[in-house]
Write a protein of this length. Sequence first.
Length: 358
Amino acid sequence: MLPASESLHSFAPARAFNDRLHAFTQAVKTRVPIAQTPKALIWSLNKARLYRYVPVVPAEKRQRVPLLLVFAIMNRPYILDLMPGRSFVEYMVNQGYDVYLLDWGSPGLEDKNLKFDDYALEYLPRAIRKVKSVSGSDDFSLLGWCLGAVVCTIYAALRPDDGLRNLLLLTAPLDFSKRESITIANWVNQKHFNLERILSTYGNMPAEMIGSGAQLLKPVENLVVNYCRLWDNLENARTVRGWQAMNTWVTDNIPMAGAACYQLITELYRNNALIENRLIIRDQVVDLSKITANLLNIIATDDHITPPCQSESILDKVSSADKETYRIQGGHIGIMAGSSAPKKSWPHMHQWLSARSN
């Protein structure tokens, strides 16, 4: 029989592992405060909410043209205001912008018939009118990210004379011609993907299916490496905090309105109607050549959700005299919410927009 001291010593590694496993489990389960930049609700319609962030720069030193942020219609928009130090909103407010955020809200079954028509020509124009009223400016800038960029593109083409001065499109899924390079396009074109049955059963595209689909685009990275990264950095409180904030957003999924999902898959993914000027929105053809606003097209070079090939051709379609493509090394979310964003993507967007906001 081992002496008591040796017996205790032999169990030390097991106790240390159990303690680390407990800390890891608690870290994974913890949801941290997000969206902490002060803001005020200034308008609402159905589930949609429009927020204005409290300015911190004196009025005489602010950028003259207000900035409206529009994120995807099937994700929470607080990824733009994730946490202090990792918040694009906080950064832009500190640079003197009058910043607004349109939160689409979470659609219920009663919203299953909402289409891109409604988002682009009903919700967005009303929110823009409120931005103009509150800011006192007839001109405005619009930043659309992911499917928010699709909504903004449709709006910019159909309402080119509404005062849109600057259009920033971030990882915009507009061109579906190179389907072999677009994983999601390949999935939704498979025979076993019965879109009509899913929507007739659930009304909306379920949040769980959207979340699982996003994870399965990079299963090893999302389901293994991501958690290994947390395990390896449990002693680093800042890293753990950032991981928890991102995990809070990643796991906070919402449904996508059924009619909009049907449009997205049938008209864009399968028929590539938007980039080819064949998309019909409320009996109007979305002609991208009608877009005249200053355009910054932002592409993430390592984007597995919206590969660069989906965003590259927009500059050839618009009539904007001032247009630029900016490529950033990184992924779909990381280029805006990752640890390197405050040093890379945010300053470039600020510099581009500042030169066109006075």
